[in-house]
Design a protein around this ligand. Sequence first.
Ligand code: PMP
Length: 361
Amino acid sequence: RAPEHIRAISPYVPGKPIGELAREMGLDEAKIVKLASNENPLGMSPKARAAMEAALDGLALYPDGNGFALKHALAAKLGVSTDSLVLGNGSNDVLELAARAFIPAGASAVFAQHAFAVYPLAVQGVGGRCVEVPARFFGHDLAAMADAIDVDTRIVFIANPNNPTGTFLPGPVIEDFLARVPTDVLVLLDEAYNEYLPPELRYDSVSWIKRFPNLLISRTFSKIYGLAGLRMGYAVAHPTVADLINRVRQPFNANSLALAAAEGALSDDEFLERSFETNRAGMAQLIRGFDALNLQHIPSVANFLTFRVGDGAGVNRRLLQRGVIVRPVGNYGMPEWLRVTIGLPVENERFLEALAEALKG
Ligand code: PMP
């Protein structure tokens, strides 16, 4: 019999495969527009593809369990030593590893209302207690989160930008928060969408690690780098924290293709720039569309927008009937809202057309 804290977990419900959904809805699979999982609509960098092709011959062997080449590339890019890095099977892996390393059964973690759904899963999975702090204008209320920390708190999760709201905390505000948090509480700063930040909002969180050894930054290759299917994420932290997390990971948690592809992706600044520009233009296109339809949206600095339709489930169903897949966020306590990933211009257009029809009921 599984323990009560496991039985109490509400499962994460992933979207259905496109083929399956097309069959169910009687639609042509090729015509489906999927803007549901914050993936890169440009796909992946050609350098990532080439690196993976070159790695195919090595697949009979175990991966490099220390990720030597990728860690060196990341260390050079970030200006840290390789012992500050942890590689994960997606950044979700990093979140879970942090919970495993830092939360003993019965201790707790603090996160915001409407924050990323994997935080409670990671915490509950190790028998931890979740302390959810009410959001402010859909974003994190850091003052209230600091007040919520008590002797049981072992991790505070901050998603910047947050998913599914796209909300953002300026760098100096996070620095002030770090200065308030007791040094024995880990602050996990989840920056899955960091590379989408407009230049004027960027901040150098990695440089804070020297001052705040209880800071752990998680990032991913799933979003702007376009490698979601490979599962590759990483953490940057003080070497002492990185060492503890490395102790609880599986020795080969990052696979050979993912290691190779990530290294290739990291070397392609041109692709990164093109992805950024596609997102910036697509964001403007969708905002114009929402304005024309008189729909409220939450200002976002990520690669998705969350907008208010009233009957989220109903509008979602009618979008599906028109072959457009977005993400309902009822499970985030936002049943009146839907989240759409910013796609290619034609995909955004198809989505807006379908939305105009779906809103009519
Ligand atoms: N953090 C946030 C805020 C996310 O939105 C996501 C992806 N949905 C992740 C982490 C995890 O992404 P991955 O495991 O693919 O790196």
